[in-house]
Design a protein around this ligand. Structure first.
Ligand SMILES: NC(=O)c1ccc[n+]([C@@H]2O[C@H](COP(=O)([O-])OP(=O)(O)OC[C@H]3O[C@@H](n4cnc5c(N)ncnc54)[C@H](O)[C@@H]3O)[C@@H](O)[C@H]2O)c1
Length: 440
């Protein structure tokens, strides 16, 4: 499709290196998935960049290309993978241990997976209590660790002939922390690195190293990282697009699908109780109350911004919203999420909805990693920098672009925003759904 570009987008030529700090269940399911899809062994189900379409012009125009044919995205054959992990296992062993994908599928791509070895991690026990292993960088200042990551990235890029790089944090959820003075400005943060400030988390050091090198960065976990003035300043300074946080999968995905539906029909909600059983390593990490707190804050924010209780006090002014995650090893990555939703209708008569979602966490998250990598790379080539609000579609807790601006949580508005951004980038009219052009 030859469309005139409104924004000058550099072509997606050459190799795109995808760097993953954290190569556990999500990271290896993403890598193995792309390798399997490349070999024609499976389809990229759940990926908007690979299977999604976009309507252009009027409904009667019948012009609905695939998104990947509409905007210049890196092709799957051009992706190369690298990353860091606290465990020394190569991607084959890590994927087998995660137990998400069938053994026979892993065998078909075994050689490529075995060739992907995690680089030693920047790790601090204080930030992930329930994790113990030793593929970590030797003791040094946080500044030295940031420099070591820069060296890792440069070496990876050279060895793999990368033309461009992107990074998606797929590491464990770190403990909940509020931003402090050290996060207030880039200068304070750099000083904090030199002083090895205890307030600077490993995930922030990865983000710093990537932004320093102009590498677009996404934060798949709920902990504090890109959402600090210091790192946003660096992103702006170096013209780097960033996005976060906390992949929207499972129960929260359901919430952002169902919630807008209740609101559209003005059905009231006075209770939403969500509980999960989960047996993978993520579940084990979240068994630590401080890591769970980061997740809880991210999950709880969703309903408030969808329901806008201050505007709709009769419908949503008094909701009891509870979220629980229980570590239950027998389930592995196959989480079960229950929701009990207490709603009310005409004249206040109560009703209940029960959702029992037997989901596969990493199967839901892997296509998001792929889309984020490809869209962030597109954003960089289109000269976009700072927080990419059009990617809020992917997040449980989308990062606001400006002080005081609430993030959009409604998945349907988020999708419209994403597609209109793509239309805008290529110089097509946004679709408003007004439909006035069809009437006399
Ligand atoms: N799967 C989902 O549906 C989903 C949804 C939202 C968010 N997330 C988040 O995505 C992240 C990954 O989830 P997962 O299921 O793959 O977890 P996982 O435990 O299988 O993998 C995380 C990996 O990160 C590594 N790690 C931890 N700290 C590190 C560090 N400082 N440097 C390098 N590696 C480090 C761990 O060793 C582990 O291998 C978690 O933070 C999780 O909360 C997952």
């Amino acid at each position: 499709m030859a469309l005139e570009s409104a924004v000058d987008i550099a072509p997606a030529e050459g190799k795109l290196g995808v760097l993953l700090p954290g190569m556990g269940a999500v990271g290896t399911t993403f890598i193995a998935g792309v390798l399997a899809i490349r070999k024609g062994l499976a389809k990229p189900i759940g990926s908007l960049t690979q299977m999604g379409t976009i309507r252009l012009g009027k409904r009667t125009d019948d012009n609905v290309p695939l998104i990947k044919d509409y905007v210049p995205l890196a092709g799957l054959d051009d992706l190369v993978f690298g990353g860091w992990d606290v465990f020394p296992d190569d991607a084959y062993v890590a994927a087998a241990r995660a137990g998400v994908l069938d053994k026979h599928m892993l065998e078909d791509i075994g050689d490529e997976l075995r060739a992907i070895q995690p680089m030693p991690a920047v790790f601090e026990q204080e930030f992930v209590k329930n994790l113990h292993s030793d593929n970590v960088k030797p003791d040094a200042s946080k500044w030295d660790h940031a420099e070591a990551l820069v060296t890792d990235i440069q070496r990876f890029s050279e060895e793999n002939g990368c033309d461009r790089l992107v990074a998606v944090w797929c590491g464990s959820t770190e403990v909940y922390r509020e931003p402090t003075a050290v996060h207030e400005s880039l200068a304070a943060f750099e000083q904090g690195l030199k002083d090895s400030s205890p307030e600077i988390a490993p995930s922030q050091i990865y983000a710093y190293a990537c932004l320093k090198l102009g590498i677009p960065y996404a934060n798949g976990a709920p902990n504090l990282a890109l959402d600090t003035p210091a790192l946003l300043e660096l992103a702006k300074q170096n013209g780097v697009p960033v996005t976060g946080k906390d992949f929207k999968t499972g129960q929260t995905l359901m919430k952002t699908i169902l919630g807008p539906g209740f609101k559209a029909r003005l059905l009231g909600v006075n209770g939403w109780y969500s509980t999960n059983i989960l047996g993978n390593r993520d579940g084990e990490i979240l068994d630590d109350p401080e890591s769970f707190k980061a997740k809880e804050v991210s999950k709880l924010g969703v309903l408030d911004t969808i329901f806008e209780p201050e505007r709709n006090p009769d419908l949503y002014g008094d909701i009891t919203h509870v979220v629980r995650i229980n570590y239950y090893p027998p389930r592995g990555d196959n989480k079960e999420g229950w929701d009990n939703i207490d709603i009310f209708g005409w004249l206040g008569y109560p009703m209940q909805i029960k959702v029992d979602f037997l989901c596969r966490d990493s199967i839901l998250a892997a296509p998001l990693v792929l889309d984020l990598a490809l869209f962030l790379d597109l954003a960089k080539r289109a000269g976009m920098s700072g927080v990419q609000e059009w990617l809020s579609f992917y997040w449980k807790s989308p990062q606001p672009v400006a002080e005081g601006l609430y993030p959009e949580h409604d998945i349907f508005i988020q999708l419209m925003k994403l597609k209109n951004t793509l239309r805008h980038l290529t110089g097509d009219d946004p679709i408003t759904h007004l439909g006035a052009e069809y009437y006399d």
